[in-house]
Each structure stands twice: as C-alpha cells, then as structure tokens.
Design a protein around this ligand. Structure first.
Ligand SMILES: Cc1ncc(COP(=O)(O)O)c(C=O)c1O
Length: 417
C-alpha cells in the first residue's frame, strides 16, 4: 500500500514547530537519561486547582448529568458571573447576552478570532516576542502576520510610528498583550489610550489578550475596556488566575458587533466548554482569596530568582506582573547557547527568547560620511537590518515549586558562570 499521500498540508508544513513542544522534547530527553530537570519552560502552573473549584466541578457533574451539548456561548449564569466580575475588578459594564461569550481557554479564542475578520492578504499586527497563536491563527485565516518588536528601549511597548502606512491600510487586527508574556510589562492607561487612538485612526480592531491581569505584584493591571469598548475585544482566561489550565475555560468580551461575529465563528467550530467546568469557573470567579495567595507565592519565587540571576552578574528586569522573568543573557551568549548551558550545567529548562520571537526588519538610521561644511548633503539614511528581539533573552516561567526554585537557585549560583 502506498502511504505517500499522508503528507501534512502545505499550511501545516509552513509552520515552525510549536515552541513549547520543543521544550517538552528537551525535558523528555533529559528524563530518559535519568535526570529530573527543573522546568521553567512552559507556562503551566504545577499547583493543583484549588479544592473549592474542584468541589464545584464535582457538584456540576451531578447537576448537569442530563445536559446535552453545552451552550457554545456559555451558560447564562457563567456570563452573568463574568459580567459581575469585570464590573468589580475593572469597573467595566458588560451585557452578558451581547458583550460576553465563553471560550475553550484563551488559546482557542485567540487562534480562531482572525477567522471572523481576516480575508486573504489582510495584515494582523502582533508582538515579537509573543504568544505563538497570534501568528498561527492569522496564518490559518490566510492573513499576513506583521510583527512589531517589544524592545527594552521602548519600555517593551510597540512603536506604532514604525509600522509602514502601506501595511496599516490593509490591517484588520492589532494584537496587544498586557500584562505581557514574556516581558512582565504592564500597560498604563495612557498606553491604552494611545493604542486606541492609533487603532481608531486606522480602522483597526484591537484584540487585547489580558490572560495575565490577575498575576501581579504591586499595582493591579488595567483592562483596555476601562478606556473604551468600541472596536475592541478582550480575551481572558481562568487558566493562570485559578490554576485551571487543564479545564480549558476563558471568555471574550467587548464590542457587541465584534462579539456577534466571533460567536458566529465559534458556532461553526466547537460546542463550548462542558457545563460542569463552567460551574467550577463560576466558583473561581466568586473568590479572590486564592488569587492573592497565589500571587504571594509568585512574588517569593520571583524575588529568589531575581536575586540569583543578579548574583551571577546578569542585568535583570523586575516583572510587574505575569509569572515570567525576561532575562537578558551574558553579552557573549545567545538565547539558545545560554539556555543550553543552563540545561547542561544546572538541569534547568528555560525558553530561549529566539523560540518565541520572530526576526524583524528593523529600520536603522545610519550616518553618511560628509565634510562638516557640506550643508546640503542629506546626512541620514535608513538601512534595514533583520534582527530577532528575543536573541539576547531567555524566559523563566516561575511555575516550579518553591523547593525546586531554591534548588535551581543553588545550582545557578554554584554553576560555572
Ligand atoms: C500570552 C498568553 N495568552 C493566552 C494564553 C492562553 O492560555 P489558556 O489557553 O490556557 O487560557 C497563554 C498561555 O500560556 C499565554 O501565555
């Protein structure tokens, strides 16, 4: 029998391997050698889902034992709870019937969203480094990703002025992600105002991935919906807030017109998150204590790692939110060589910045040589340089246990750096 026809589609072949699948492979390889690595790679909290949420899910199983397919936009009670929570948390008022829909976790919503708005050849703006489904969702919708770099010199914000007008004319969606993975940067209200002004001027939808607003250290992160809802959709998730990555539940909310089209996409794709899981999500959103407790733990872990990394002479950035540390590597290393060193010398797995960043054409101003009295000569030109904004960084996800973090700290301090 000839199995040569079993090729992945061209669309699939064009994609690079999912970055975190590569991290998984490295961990598996080490385990096969009998080494138990400390895994700072994938942003999946190892802490169990809080007991009270599991109890609500168990009760939900009984309550919904006769239910058929779940409602694809989420149970009314779940959407009402989201509306109440958004109001309490951000002072944002949302109609549960028209301005909120449930998702099967942030990833599902983010990946499928462009299908509702993007036609072949349309551009979607997204950060580099950034969460890979912004790109893959765009490609699957036959759109063209346009990456804006998140650079230290811009405070890890996009510089909208650098995006060519020709691209903006064909742009449908701008992805924002604050609190930002991987840089740990939070958005100020001024930044959100600036982004909204830019997007409205160019008729671009803002899709704001706010899946990390609940993991923060000092100030509470904002939602872009505090400023405006017009042409804006927000993606939220219970994965990180309530250690529910395995339950696959989140929501999208914002402009009614956008939500309506997004619901249309989802009716064609899925049948929603099971009702008993939604019961767990309702319980999770009714409780803030577990979130505060978890944030306290992340702060302790963050502080140990920041102290450890600066003790070996590295320049550190203090994340304001999220459970990531975006760590600059030594000058003579790249993200990949340094990640390998950590793996080989300390059995520590991190994500090399290059794996979650896209090479970008960065316009550089250069100076032409000219004599000082030659006033007419144009002394500045622009040259394009391709660079990867993640090249000099590695990402630590602060998901290992406290004991593992202490072990990792010891290993780094006694490693040969
Ligand atoms: C930036 C970002 N957005 C969204 C998500 C989606 O998470 P989930 O699909 O578990 O809700 C993740 C998960 O790692 C993420 O890092």
């Amino acid at each position: 029998m000839n199995f040569n026809f079993l090729h992945p589609s061209n669309r699939l072949q064009k994609l690079s391997p999912y970055a975190f699948a590569e991290v998984d492979k490295l961990v598996t390889d080490l385990k096969k050698k009998g080494i138990e690595p400390i895994d700072f790679g994938v942003g999946d909290p190892f802490d169990p889902t809080p007991e009270f949420i599991l109890d609500a899910i168990k009760k939900g199983l009984e309550k919904h034992k006769n239910a058929g397919y779940p409602n694809y936009i989420g149970m009314k009670h779940y959407r009402e709870k989201i509306s109440e929570w958004m109001n309490n948390r951000f002072n944002v008022s949302l109609n549960p019937d028209t301005e909120i829909t449930s998702t099967i976790g942030g990833k599902e919503g983010i990946f499928h969203f462009p299908l509702g708005f993007v036609n072949p050849g349309d551009y979607v703006l997204m950060p580099s480094p950034g969460y890979p489904p912004y790109k893959t969702g765009t490609l699957f919708a036959s759109g063209i990703p346009y990456f804006y770099p998140l650079l230290e010199e811009n405070n890890f914000y996009p510089d909208f002025k650098k995006i060519p007008k020709t691209i903006l004319k064909k742009t449908k969606i701008l992805w924002l992600n604050y609190p930002n993975s991987p840089t740990g940067k939070m958005a100020t209200l001024d930044f959100y105002k600036h982004a909204i002004e830019f997007a409205h001027r160019h008729n671009i939808i803002i899709a704001s991935d706010e899946c990390y607003t609940e993991i923060y250290f000092d100030e509470k992160p904002h939602s872009i919906l505090e400023i405006d809802q017009k042409n804006i959709i927000v993606f939220q998730s219970l994965s990180k807030r309530s250690c529910m990555t395995g339950h696959r539940i989140g929501w999208a909310c914002g402009d009614e017109k956008i939500i309506k089209i997004f619901k249309q996409v989802k009716t064609n794709i899925d049948s929603g998150t099971p009702n008993f899981i939604q019961e767990g999500a309702i319980a999770a959103l009714s409780n803030e204590k577990h979130v505060q407790k978890m944030n306290k733990k992340y702060r302790e872990k963050r502080d140990i790692m920041l102290e450890t990394l600066s003790s070996i002479g590295l320049k550190t950035y203090r994340p304001e939110a999220t459970f990531y540390i975006w760590q600059r590597v030594p000058e003579d290393e790249t993200s990949i060589t340094f990640a390998k060193k950590l793996l080989q010398k300390c059995a520590i797995v991190v994500t090399p910045g290059e794996w979650i960043s896209e090479p970008i054409k960065i316009n550089q101003k250069t100076f032409k040589k000219h004599s000082s009295n030659d006033k007419n000569i144009k002394n500045r030109t622009k040259t394009a340089k391709i660079d990867n904004p993640g090249k000099n960084f590695i990402r630590f996800a602060l998901v290992p246990t406290f004991q593992q973090i202490q072990k990792a700290s010891k290993a780094i301090k006694s490693g040969i750096f």
